[in-house]
Design a protein around this ligand. Structure first.
Ligand code: GLU
Length: 455
């Protein structure tokens, strides 16, 4: 009874706090969405742990420690000058150096970087590997740019960023639009400016110069392992299941690879021009040739694949019937209508490879319909977990064999799954991985913040 009353009180406080955050951060809908999704689940833990409900703690958690915005001028191959905007949001360092990727995409703005940085705090806490939360990027569009243009952009970006980062301060990595090529150019410029061979300043490096094996695979592999763990809870496994995957970048490609290895049938992939459905299962070599080597549009895959594949221009993969759905493209790519279509077609599990790909309405529909739902903070944490393992290898000047990294990745994903499941059950929401991930991540960060005082 008392507990119920406490919960009502904390819900009122959280609602007030949410309104204040909305007032202070206008025109940042993705950030507000990410904050609301977390605050909506915290009432039971704040009622149970008064020390975490102390005035100011949640306010501090929702305000970045530091936000950096800078000009990034660069010249294209014809000598024309372009001016982009660069961002790094250093959100929370209670558990370790700020850690999180850089996104290069025309949609990037401060609100997007803040949403990603906020998510990263909880995701990184769930890995248990001592990393804080941050994120950065630019509204630069790498599509159609030559290698030389991308290099000049990266050099200009790092010329400002270098003064804010460091192996013990802030450790960026990749995200959408930032892969091995960009990390190479960024690392080169950091080394040149600082005159330091500081491997631990960036992760996602090439394996020959300080990178970890399995880092490129880790996000996709990790999400498939998380999905398998959710299915196991229900007495099922992935073998023989048909899976719709969205996207065709690093996460999607390695999701498809792991699904195939485990005997599932990934039947779709997509980009912003539409999607491909391939009843025989996506041919990974062809997909990589089209997207990674030729950097062409996804329709090219269907043209070359033959009868089993069909290109649907402008369509969304969620209209394709399947047992499992793994959104692996970008935020808010799966809305309420998409969720309803998946549920109508009998989907059993949905797990987020991208960051916040399902809208709040979609998440609610899945949960109400009894579909197992893996939130990004837990399900896609494998990428940043292996980044933390890359930092560990760099710090000890060693390189681990792939099997060791894969074993550690599997252990971290199994731990995250168990922690989310147990935390959800402890707070009265069995089977609710959203509540489990938010509360478990929050507890770890809150404990460190309380111990370290009001800073
Ligand atoms: N961008 C990835 C994420 O969303 C990885 C970040 C990292 O490895 O630091 O978690």
């Amino acid at each position: 009874m008392t507990k119920r009353r406490d919960e009502t009180r904390t819900t009122d406080t959280l609602d007030r706090l949410r309104a204040e955050i909305e007032d202070r951060n206008p025109a940042q809908p993705e950030f507000l969405q990410a904050v609301a999704e977390v605050l909506d689940t915290l009432a039971p833990v704040l009622a149970d742990r008064p020390e975490y409900a102390e005035p100011g703690l949640v306010e501090r958690l929702c305000e970045p420690e530091r936000q950096i915005i800078f000009r990034v001028p660069w010249q294209d191959d014809r000598g024309r000058v372009h001016v982009n905007r660069g961002f790094r949001v250093e959100f929370n360092s209670a558990l370790g150096p700020y850690k999180g990727g850089l996104r290069f995409h025309p949609s990037v703005n401060l609100g997007i970087v803040k949403f990603l940085g906020f998510e990263q705090i909880f995701k990184n806490a769930l890995t248990g590997l001592g990393i804080g939360g941050g994120k950065g990027g630019s509204d630069f569009d790498p599509r159609g740019r030559s290698d030389a243009e991308v290099m000049r952009f990266c050099q200009s970006f790092m010329t400002e960023l270098h003064r804010h980062i460091g192996a013990h301060t802030d450790v960026p990595a990749g995200d959408i639009g930032v892969g091995g090529r960009e990390i190479g150019y960024l690392f080169g410029q950091y080394r040149r400016i600082t005159n330091r061979w500081e491997a631990g300043v960036l992760t996602g490096k090439g394996p020959g110069w300080g990178g970890s094996l399995i880092r490129p695979e880790a996000t996709g592999y990790g999400n498939v392992l998380f999905t398998a763990a959710m299915l196991r809870e229900r007495g099922e496994d992935l073998e023989g299941q048909s899976v719709v995957v969205s996207g065709s970048g690093n996460v999607a490609v390695h999701t498809i690879e792991k699904l195939t290895a485990l005997g599932a049938n990934p039947i779709t992939c997509s980009d912003s021009s539409g999607y491909v459905v391939d009843e025989k299962g996506v041919d990974l070599d062809l997909l990589r040739q089209v997207k990674e080597v030729e950097r062409a549009r996804i329709g090219t895959y269907a043209q070359r694949r033959g009868a089993s594949a069909r290109f649907v221009p402008g369509g969304r993969v969620w209209e394709v019937p399947a047992d499992v759905a793994l959104p692996s493209a970008t935020q808010n790519e799966l809305d309420g209508n998409d969720a309803a279509a998946l549920i109508r077609n009998g989907v059993k599990a949905v797990s987020e490879g991208a960051n916040m790909p399902a809208t709040p309405e979609a998440v609610q529909l899945f949960q109400r319909s009894g579909v197992a739902f893996g939130p990004a903070k837990a399900a896609n944490a494998g990428g940043v977990a292996v980044s933390a393992l890359e930092m560990a290898q760099n710090a000890s000047r060693t390189a681990w064999p792939a099997v060791r990294v894969e074993e550690e990745l599997a252990r971290v994903m199994a731990d995250i799954h168990t922690t989310c499941r147990e935390t959800a059950a402890r707070y009265g929401s069995p089977g609710d991985y959203v509540t489990g991930a938010n509360i478990a991540g929050f507890e770890r960060v809150a404990e460190a913040m309380v111990a370290q005082g009001v800073i």
